[in-house]
Design a protein around this ligand. Sequence first.
Ligand code: SF4
Ligand SMILES: [Zn+2]
Length: 132
Amino acid sequence: MGRAVETVEFFPVDSVAWQADAPCATADFDFIPDQETDEGANEAQQWCRACPVRTTCLAWAMLHGAEGYWGGTTTYQRNQLRRVRTRAKCPLCLGTALVYEDPHELCLGCGVSWIRDVREEPIAATPLPATA
Ligand code: SF4
Ligand SMILES: [Zn+2]
């Protein structure tokens, strides 16, 4: 059985037009509390689970470093998503034969290389130059 893949519609980075469809706009619940709790996260999840703009909401919160419950996640969970880590697999061919040569990593399977993920920003793989 195929797995549904959710995609994020492109949206202007500062636009909040997508929030017009957000159920939380009228919810009797504080999505941006002074202190986040497990109970709050659970309640937010119940709103976000069925939200039609959830993926856009999460992307927006990641881009803007928003605090509070967004897209069914807590501030802590989004910080975890941003965390620096060394890749265990090639992002292109998913091969695991990787060579580490700081600050680079090279995939022996497909030859792609990228800068080791020691920065705050997400990493982008460098495609191989097209061969004639
Ligand atoms: S995902 Fe949650 S926080 Fe985001 S718009 Fe929907 S209900 Fe609101
Ligand atoms: Zn590879």
